[in-house]
Design a binder for this molecule. Structure first.
Ligand code: AMP
Ligand code: ZN
Length: 114
């Protein structure tokens, strides 16, 4: 997708602070962090949201989830606890329609979320 911000990050047309790259996934720091660790994990292939990613049915959702956990380990938040969030659709606050897992940690996270 030529007009997709996260596709442009995959294509290295837009700079990002990449923390992990696998064959099919990319993880980079959120530009507006909401916690000491706030990393976005995306499939390199374009899918609009979590539902589309799951429907792709080729193990890609697995790859993204495994990469999200690997980021948490790498960032040192896996043991204490962290959150993986897929905002899905406008009512959930999704603003970038290339599916991304937010990996949040490094502080106590409250529930319910806002
Ligand atoms: P969402 O609201 O769930 O769609 O999340 C989109 C996230 O992308 C927000 O947390 C933004 O801060 C983040 N974001 C937007 N542009 C960039 C960028 N160029 N690099 C890194 N993160 C970004
Ligand atoms: Zn995209």
């Amino acid at each position: 997708m030529t007009d997709c911000l996260f596709c442009k990050i995959v294509a290295k047309e837009v700079r990002a602070e990449v923390v992990l790259e696998t064959e099919r996934a990319l993880a980079f720091r959120d530009i507006n962090p909401q916690a000491p660790t706030h990393v976005l994990v995306i499939p390199k292939a374009h899918h609009a949201d979590a539902a589309a990613l799951a429907e792709a049915d080729d193990g890609l959702a697995d790859d993204v989830l495994k990469a999200a956990h690997a980021v948490a380990v790498q960032e040192g938040v896996a043991e204490g606890g962290y959150r993986i969030v897929f905002n899905t659709g406008p009512a959930a606050g999704q603003t970038v329609f290339h599916v991304h897992a937010h990996v949040l940690g490094g502080r106590d996270l409250t529930w319910p979320p806002g």
